[in-house]
Design a protein around this ligand. Sequence first.
Ligand code: TMP
Length: 239
Amino acid sequence: MEKEKLLYEGKAKRVYETEDPGLLIVSYKDDATAFNGLKKGSISGKGVINNHMSNLLMKRLEKRGIPTHFVKELSSRDTLVKRVSIVPLEVIVRNRAAGSFSQRYGVEEGFLFQSPTLEFSYKNDALGDPLLNTSHALALGLATGVELETIKRYSLAVNQELKAIWEKCGITLVDFKLEFGRDPQGSVLLADEISPDTCRLWDTSTGEKLDKDRFRRDLGKVEEAYEEVMKRLETEYSE
Ligand code: TMP
């Protein structure tokens, strides 16, 4: 399958049409942004790692009954995916306090929750992806009630599976962001990516941050962190 027309260029990926109207090619870049694009940079080799990691994780989620857009890894940076229309919500699941949660609620980073939290942001760069609740999402027609219930159920199931996967790698899954899409039949599928760009991953024994916070917060050793998580995942889950 070949790339045809460039359909969309995002901050970290390009999306191309293919000869099959139902399939797209996602191509992962090394570009990194933070704070809604205010901070810009590059993380060398990130695209290759995120492509492979996201595919490996989505394949495991499929096996656990969570439908995803993943079809086939085509090359080190390119993956064939099902064409979906993205539900304009960012779904964030948290196991521990960090980032915007810690800031908003004044809770120390690392505080372990009694149970995972689930929140939605309105996927809208011009507005800075504001937090919104399900009644807002319904009022704006962003998703139906049934879709929101499905998205919540899938997101919590993804959390259970990802937590277990990372635990085997000696990594604590602090939080992550998911995006979902609708296929032409109206089914909800997990889309976008799952990578150190979209998850907070802490070394369980040292607490060291092994994710994009190293870039966001200028902590150094950014490439090394991405390589380390990929290496651990491959060691535990090579096919
Ligand atoms: P937050 O604490 O900044 O709200 O981030 C929560 C999680 O979502 C964290 O794992 C990073 C991820 N995330 C994204 O994937 N994209 C974004 O644009 C933001 C703000 C966070």
